[in-house]
Design a protein around this ligand. Structure first.
Ligand SMILES: [Zn+2]
Length: 172
């Protein structure tokens, strides 16, 4: 890997992190993605599962959709997908289907990651397409975004519980 590639990966991952931060501001799990073709960002989005109440609204799925619209094609050959968290089975499957050339991700997902953690759908040579994978770019930032989000969520839940207790007797 050349210095330029490393620099570029960090640059684009920073953009994906910016997307993840947008998710966080609306209470979504902070995961962001950008799709890059020929050095140009052609799609960017973030996890919208809670907002849209749709199972498939992961950041990767949304940018792939935008990429399809951009090229008016289901094939996204020569595109690189940057995502802050290791893709899940659904997204990894869609990445293979879309023929995306390369995936760069930040944090590992030991509970759902299918780009090496639980399995590696992106590089299984039994499929008709394999993806180049680079992991761990801006890993600490990407991981701490998620850790802080879930920590805050747990604290809020705890607070709500504590608030609820004395009120129970006077409710209604
Ligand atoms: Zn996913």
């Amino acid at each position: 890997m050349t210095d330029t590639t490393i620099k570029n990966d960090h640059y684009y991952m920073q953009l994906a992190i910016q997307e993840a931060l947008k998710a966080e501001t609306i209470g979504e799990v902070p995961i962001g993605a950008v799709l890059v073709y020929d050095g140009e960002v052609i799609a960017s989005s973030f996890n919208l599962r809670e907002t849209l109440e749709t199972t498939a609204s992961h950041a990767e799925m949304i940018v792939i959709d935008q990429g399809n619209q951009h090229f008016n094609s289901w094939r996204l050959e020569d595109c690189t997908l940057y995502v802050t968290l290791e893709p899940c089975p659904m997204c990894a499957g869609t990445i293979v289907q879309s023929r995306i050339k390369r995936v760069v991700f930040g944090a590992l997902d030991p509970k759902a990651g299918c780009a090496g953690s639980l399995m590696n759908l992106l590089q299984d040579d039994r499929f008709n397409h394999q993806v180049d994978v680079t992991s761990g770019v801006e890993e600490e930032v990407c991981a701490s975004l998620l850790q802080n989000f879930f920590k805050k969520l747990r604290e809020q839940k705890k607070q709500r519980k504590q608030l609820r207790k004395p009120r129970e007797s006077t409710e209604e």
